[in-house]
Structures are given as C-alpha cells and as structure tokens.
Design a protein around this ligand. Structure first.
Ligand code: PNS
Length: 158
C-alpha cells in the first residue's frame, strides 16, 4: 500500500509525527507531502518544513518527503498512491475533513483517518507557533529539531 499524508506542516508537531509513525506500520511506502503554496501564511519555507520532517523521521525507512502544489488528488494520481492519510483530532476537524474526503473520493482517492493520540489532540502548528513566538515552552509538543528552530524563530520575533 502506497499512501500520501498531505499537510502544511508549519511546523511538524508530535501529533503529526505520531500519525506518520502509526501509518508507516501499515503502508509499504508513506509519502509525506508538504503543501508549498498554502493559502495559510507560512512561518517556515517549504524547504525548512521538509528539512524538519526529514530530521524527525530518520528512524523510519518507508517514508518519502516531497513538496507539492495544486490538488492532492492529482498528486496521488502522479504518485500512483491509493489513499490519503489524515489525522482527526476532534469534532472540530470533522467538518473540513469530511468535505475534503468526499471531494477527494469523487476525484478517485480514498482517505483513511487515524484518531490523533489524545496526548496531542489539543495542539496545532498554529498554537505551537504562537506559544513559541511569545517565548513559551513547546518542548513537549514538537520534535527536537523543530524545537531548536522555534527557539531561533522566537528570538527573531522578539
Ligand atoms: O495541514 P493542513 O493545512 O490541515 O493540510 C490541508 C491540506 C494540505 C491537506 C489541504 O489543504 C489540501 O489537500 N490542499 C491541496 C488542495 C486540494 O487538493 N484541495 C481539495 C481538498 S481540501
């Protein structure tokens, strides 16, 4: 099974990492696909986001990390991937994910959802960026390499 885990990953959090580790168990290849030109204003460049993911998944050997633009269904077709992986934190995520999954299904790609680990269900990349910007401690919520970069980001923003 070849699946794609798409997202903004600005930056990758331990919640994302947990989904990658769990999906990697049942995928032959898992492609982590970083949306380059997202409508959200990113704090990190696509290259930086990819670098942080690479540093965080070193111990896994069936992960490929790429960037993409455009529709995720077109990416899935290009990569010959049969499904998408998404994490679901709570009911708040459901509306967006339900719509996206239905549209992507019409486009020919299934979405498989993994419930977010409850330890990380209340964190998001945007919350992490906010806490880091004001000098708060995010060490519990992000991989080591992200933590280091966020410290630099926090110094730049203050
Ligand atoms: O990490 P995010 O920001 O929640 O990820 C959202 C993402 C990148 C998965 C979604 O916006 C996406 O797939 N964008 C690509 C454009 C697309 O295919 N849109 C239709 C389905 S939402």
């Amino acid at each position: 099974m070849k699946a794609i885990y798409p997202g903004s990953f600005d930056p990758i959090t331990n919640g994302h990492l947990d989904i990658i580790e769990r999906a990697a168990v049942f995928c032959d290849e898992l492609i982590v696909a970083v949306l380059e030109n997202t409508e959200k204003r990113c704090c990190f460049t696509a290259e930086e986001r990819i670098e942080m993911i690479k540093e965080s998944v070193q111990k896994l050997n069936n992960i490929r990390i790429i960037s993409f633009n455009g529709l995720v269904v077109d990416l899935a077709r290009r990569e010959k991937a049969n499904s998408l992986i998404r994490g679901m934190r709570d009911i708040g995520d459901f509306r967006f994910e339900w719509e996206a999954a239905q549209l992507n299904k019409i486009g020919g790609v299934e979405t498989l959802f993994l419930m977010t680990n409850p330890n990380y269900a209340f964190i998001s990349s945007s919350r992490i960026r906010e806490i880091a910007r004001f000098g708060g401690n995010v060490a519990h919520w992000v991989p080591e390499s992200v933590y280091k970069r966020l410290q630099i980001f926090s110094r730049r923003s203050s």
